[in-house]
Design a protein around this ligand. Structure first.
Ligand code: ZN
Length: 265
């Protein structure tokens, strides 16, 4: 009986000591960092190195106000119908080697390999340049355009692996305007255009392959939905017409619109 009592006491003591040690080791562990977490009422943290991280940012009030409506969209490579190009890796194709679904279309010139290196890349629709730079070596040069669809919903198009960037950040580009040239992503791939469409009002570059859909849209469907091949559709875009004018603001006045996004064909 005495032995049993002693055994129970010892077991209890061991339990208490064990629990105390476990608790202290837990409290001593570094505080858990919530990555990407943002309190609604907490101001955004200042960038650590003094520069904003352009791989992920929200549009400024000025940018948001300037995003034009893309009343029509055309293919970004080849003719406005995408002639003389083929899609080597379609949107949302599973790539086992990369461990995810492809986030865009890989558009190539029909000559294959590097025959399309340096070919023009056109703005798919009237847009505002919200990113122009090289976020990583693998991505190479990237241009991101912000558009609104005719219903006013924000949609972005992204043009990656560019050989050269021909568009400037925060400028307006018209549908069919040269914004870059087809490249190899610093020699990582045979020349092609990685073309994405996104349902977003902030610019984030992200990865070329993903397990989850995120905000990615099927770029071919986005273009097709706004690709009106009627006679009216082939006319210069509202933005192109305004840009032909020496003083586009006069054009806005003439059209009784306050901003480019209000221009209609
Ligand atoms: Zn791709």
């Amino acid at each position: 009986m005495k032995a049993t009592r002693l055994l129970i006491t010892l077991l209890l003591a061991a339990g208490i000591i064990g629990y105390t040690v476990w608790r202290s080791s837990r409290t001593a562990a570094p505080e858990e960092k919530l990555i990407g977490f943002q309190d609604a009422d907490k101001p955004f943290d200042m960038p650590k190195d003094g520069k904003p991280d352009m791989r992920f940012h929200f549009l400024s009030a000025w940018q948001a106000n300037q995003v034009p409506t893309a009343s029509r969209m055309d293919a970004p490579m080849g003719s406005e119908n995408g002639a003389l190009t083929y899609n080597a890796q379609k949107f949302w194709e599973m790539n086992e080697k990369r461990g995810g679904h492809h986030t865009g279309d890989d558009l190539n010139g029909i000559g294959g390999m590097n025959t399309d290196l340096g070919d023009p890349v056109f703005a798919a629709g009237d847009g505002l340049v919200v990113y122009a730079g090289e976020p990583s070596t693998g991505w190479g040069n990237i241009v991101v355009l912000a558009h609104r669809d005719p219903q006013g919903k924000p949609v972005h198009t992204m043009y990656a692996h560019l050989h050269e960037i021909k568009a400037k950040l925060n400028t307006l580009v018209a549908r069919g305007e040269l914004i870059g040239t087809v490249g190899t992503g610093n020699g990582y791939y045979p020349a092609h255009l990685h073309f994405e469409a996104r349902s977003t009002d902030g610019a984030d570059i992200g990865a070329g392959y993903t397990a989850r859909p995120l905000n990615r849209l099927d770029p071919a469907s986005v273009v097709a939905a706004l690709h009106d091949a009627s006679e009216k559709g082939i006319l210069p875009s509202p933005l192109a017409a305004a840009k032909q004018d020496d003083a586009p603001w006069t054009k806005l006045e003439m059209k009784n619109a306050e901003k480019f996004s209000e221009l209609k064909e």
